[in-house]
Structure formats: C-alpha cells, structure tokens
Design a protein around this ligand. Structure first.
Ligand code: SF4
Ligand code: FES
Length: 248
C-alpha cells in the first residue's frame, strides 16, 4: 500500500547558517521506492512549487561509494542494519509516519548545505598514510609470488570493505573516527606489502585524525552497530597495537 508521510528535514544554507528543521508532506510513496528516490520525488514537488530542492549526497546508489550519508530517525543510514542510506527502502516505514532526516553531525564534518557535509577530513587521513609504495621499475615482484595465509587475506579484505561513509563518526558520542582509521590501517597491517611503511603509516594517520578534530574511542561500540559494512571493533584494537609497536 502506498503511504502518506510527514518529513522533518534539516535545512541549512552553508556552514555559517544556524539551520532548522522544516516540515514537508509527501503522498503516494511506494514501499518499493528507495529512500533517495523518495527524496527525489520530494525535490520535484518542491521545485514545482518554486522552492529550493533539499541538497543531499549520493553517487552509486548501490552501497559501494560511501557518498550517501543521512541520519534518519536518529540513526546513521536509518533503521535497517548492514546497509547504506541508498539501500534503504520505504517498506521500512508505514503510512502516517513522521521521518526525521538530518546530516551526519561532527565537528570534523562541517555542513556544506542542508544534508551535505564535508568529509574531506577522511581524504586527508588517507593521504597521510593510507597507501603502499610499489616499485614500478620493471622489477616488481609478482603479488602472487608472496604467500599470504587465508586468515590474513580474509581479515585484510574485511577491513578493506570500509567505504569511508562516516556513519561511525556520526554515530559515536565522541565523534571518533577510529573505526574508519582502524580499518584503513588494518587492511595493510595484515599484508606483507604493508609492512615497509607500517610504522609511519599508523603514526601519520593517527596524527592527522587528531589534527582534524575527531574525538577519542571510549569502547562504546555504537560505530560497529551502525557501520553498513560490518567493520569490526577488532580493527580499532589492531590499530592501537600497531600504534604502540610503531612508538616503541
Ligand atoms: S568503518 Fe563503516 S561506518 Fe565507518 S566509514 Fe567505514 S564503512 Fe562507514
Ligand atoms: S550512494 Fe553510493 S553508497 Fe549510497
């Protein structure tokens, strides 16, 4: 059955605007629509009435790019588990519901407009060490010639599924980025290719994380619950061990 819904959406015209919740009504919403399709329909409605459409981030709309970033009814990526906002469907709501839609909130993610936040702090953390240097002189060792245990390969692959969406930061009461940075450190810490720069990587990435104004981890675990890719807290523990090792 199609639904009529009330939406309370955060509107903010730039970082210096105070911002406020604005009420909208939308009718005849199909339960098969994705959440972002519902917002597309709302924006068409707003434009036809001469208003300014709601700005929100999106790109792949299939859960792989990490661009979509809404806080829906008080949860990053909404009420479902293990999915991004673009994978959320309107069947999770019922006729007559009021839905609160806000941007991801953190000091290190300033609002650009409405529901769009600036997550370039994540890019700068990646630039500080989230890479490996490879000899491309023609004498490069074939990756398949380096034996890696199945367990290490699986764990590295699990860490590498982090899409950098920022839900962990938005969910954490301290706005900590440690689940994200833990995943990015772990994906190399577990592989031989990552060993050469391991100490510099973890030190530089942690230093950049602190510089960007993210908070510290206090082991609440909310980030793991809301992470759309199931990144485990074990990655934070591994990053802490790598950091200790690098500083001894
Ligand atoms: S750890 Fe999870 S919630 Fe955090 S950025 Fe990566 S995918 Fe998103
Ligand atoms: S739009 Fe790419 S993950 Fe949602």
């Amino acid at each position: 059955m199609n639904m009529n819904l009330k939406l309370k959406i955060w509107r903010q015209n730039g970082a210096n605007d105070e911002g406020k919740m604005v009420d909208y009504s939308i009718s005849d919403v199909s339960p098969d629509m994705s959440f972002l399709e519902m917002l597309d329909v709302l924006n068409e409605q707003i434009i036809s009435e001469g208003g300014e459409p709601v700005a929100f981030d999106h790109d792949c709309r299939e859960g792989i790019c990490g661009m979509c970033s809404l806080y829906i009814n008080g949860e990053a990526h909404g009420p479902d588990r293990g999915i991004t906002t673009c994978q959320l469907h309107m069947r999770k709501f019922k006729d007559g519901d009021t839905i609160y839609i806000e941007p991801f909130r953190a000091k290190a993610f300033p609002v650009i407009k409405d529901l769009v936040v600036d997550r370039s702090s994540f890019d700068r953390i990646q630039h500080a060490g989230g890479f490996i240097s490879v000899n491309t002189s023609g004498n490069t060792q074939d990756a398949n010639a380096i034996p890696i245990s199945k367990h290490a390969a699986d764990e590295a692959m699990d860490a590498a599924t982090c899409i950098g969406c920022g839900a962990c930061v938005a969910t954490c009461k301290n706005s900590s980025a440690m689940l994200f940075v833990g995943a990015k450190v772990s994906q190399y810490a577990l592989l031989p290719q990552g060993q050469v720069e391991a100490a510099d990587r973890v030190k530089n990435m942690v230093a950049q994380m602190d510089l960007e104004g993210f908070g510290n981890c206090t082991n609440t675990g909310a980030c793991e619950v809301e992470c759309p890719k199931g990144i485990s807290l074990d990655n934070i523990a591994r990053m802490n061990r790598e950091f200790l090792k690098a500083n001894i």
